[in-house]
Design a protein around this ligand. Sequence first.
Ligand code: ATP
Length: 237
Amino acid sequence: MLGHEAFPIKFSSDDNHGLTVGKYTLDAGGVLNLAKCIFVRIALFGGTFDPVHYGHLRLAEEAREAAGLERVLFVPAHMSPFRQQEPLSESRHRLLMTRLAVADNPAFEASDIEIQRGGVSYTVDTVTTLRALYPDDELFLILGADALQGFSNWYRAAAIAHECILLVGVRPHYDLQAAMGHLPDEIRPRVQPVPMTPLDISASDIRQRIRAGRSIRYLTPPHVIEYIQQHRLYLEP
Ligand code: ATP
């Protein structure tokens, strides 16, 4: 598991009251203080999810497994900072489709945090909110390899990486080292690669197929397809 690399257990003396072992506290006398060692590994997975698809779900599942995550929060952006000119489907549709897609995975959840906040969805604001809600938990951010390439241009990228380990889904033959080379020194050590089954699925391809009257079966879960059909989404360019 990545956790061992991400959080190497270190012994350090903690004045005269006991030992700190990673995040675990041993009281004087060597008794493990359970009250101080219950923490959860939570990942934020942001995107436009227009619509959510199996590429997203598989990345989140492989990241969950690799990093021992207890929760993955899928957070549809209200407005992506990089796609402000592109029309997106209504937020409620993107949120509901994401909810349908994650419903059968107890570790997954769709959050409306960015939609409720409105405006441009900066990940650093979401991370700040999550840190306030979960002050003692381990925070992660899930990214596709393509997103890592532009990560240093994200608003307050270093602050995000300070709070979150970056779980980056990498494909075979993907040149992670080259992408890492573009990252500032303080961000690079925060990257944890997650080897990922390549699924060449994208939301833009799904939208194009729908416009062309083609099948999207097996690209996204059946409930999402039903929702798209019921609400007649993506028929217009
Ligand atoms: P679009 O085609 O509209 O650009 P998208 O399919 O790339 O959308 P986003 O919502 O923009 O989906 O992506 C959210 C995150 O999921 C990004 O970090 C992106 O790198 C990652 N991602 C998207 N599709 C895949 C995929 N097939 N495999 C792995 N990661 C993916």
